[in-house]
Design a protein around this ligand. Structure first.
Ligand code: SF4
Length: 262
């Protein structure tokens, strides 16, 4: 989840029947690839050695690629309706938010990317710093007492975190160092207004037109099933989930990618 702006383009709710059919087709493919990834897991190898078949990674890579294609398709539909997504490389205002709603397998994918890039230790330290900040924000706050819902409190805390303008641990010189492995929460967030309006302290920020192209329940279910297969029960906040995964699941070891496990 990333905070949204004031207006969601109505064209998104009015995709043509063929457009909706195309989107369903993409969703089905993503869900199928995630199912294939789950079917490839050999539980004993994962539990005892933290090893996964190379086929698992192949299916996961493809699932994210197809998901990105579906996002580009929706962007093209928006474009035809006269809406232009203004997000571009080098703009990272939304990377001062704290991505939430992550599944465990998305954190596993980030960890794999960090390991490949040789930056696990550095990213872990940075995540720990952000985690301390988050815990500080979550400490007793009198404003929480007047709010009824936990969901509302969480959103308020995420806003407070964003207002601090702390860059995501994975952000390097304005670019995501794990772009290929970034979670859905980062892939689905778009802006249609001038990029600088996304700065939390910009006077037009409240009027920025930002929206999330939420994954379908079909895709979410497939991701959650993967979490069950892998017994991943992590915090859904990026920095907290990453720290938990590094320490409790992997103990700083690499994932073993095994060929021809079956
Ligand atoms: S994971 Fe990457 S895209 Fe997502 S908030 Fe962090 S730097 Fe930005």
């Amino acid at each position: 989840m990333k905070p949204q702006g004031t207006e969601i383009p109505s064209e998104l709710c009015r995709l043509s029947a063929s457009g909706q059919e195309t989107l369903r087709h993409y969703d089905d493919r993503v869900a199928m690839l995630l199912r294939h990834a789950g079917n490839a897991v050999v539980p004993a190898m994962w539990e005892k050695q933290r090893s996964l078949p190379a086929a698992f990674l192949t299916h996961l890579n493809k699932a994210f690629l197809v998901y990105d294609q579906s996002l580009r398709f929706v962007q093209s539909q928006l474009h035809q309706a006269g809406w232009f997504v203004t997000c571009a490389p080098g703009c990272s205002h939304c990377c001062t938010q704290l991505p939430s709603g992550l599944t465990g397998v998305e954190i596993l994918y980030l960890y794999h990317g960090a390991y490949r890039a040789g930056i696990v230790d550095r990213m872990f330290r940075r995540c720990m710093e952000r985690l301390e900040l988050w815990e500080e924000i979550c400490r007793w706050d009198p404003r929480d007492l007047v709010q009824a819902s936990l969901e509302h409190n969480l959103v308020q805390r995420l806003h407070r975190y964003h207002a601090l303008k702390v860059p995501c641990p994975f952000l390097e010189a304005g670019l995501c160092s794990l772009y290929r492995y970034r979670p859905l929460a980062c892939r689905i967030h778009f802006s249609l207004s001038p990029p600088h309006w996304c700065r939390p302290d910009h006077f037009q920020n409240a009027h920025a037109v930002r929206f999330n192209l939420e994954p379908s329940p079909h895709v979410m279910k497939a991701l959650e099933r993967l979490d069950q297969v892998l017994h991943l029960d992590l915090s859904d906040l990026l920095v907290c989930g990453f720290v938990e995964y590094v320490v409790n699941v992997m103990a700083f070891r690499p994932i073993g990618w095994m060929e021809n496990l079956r």
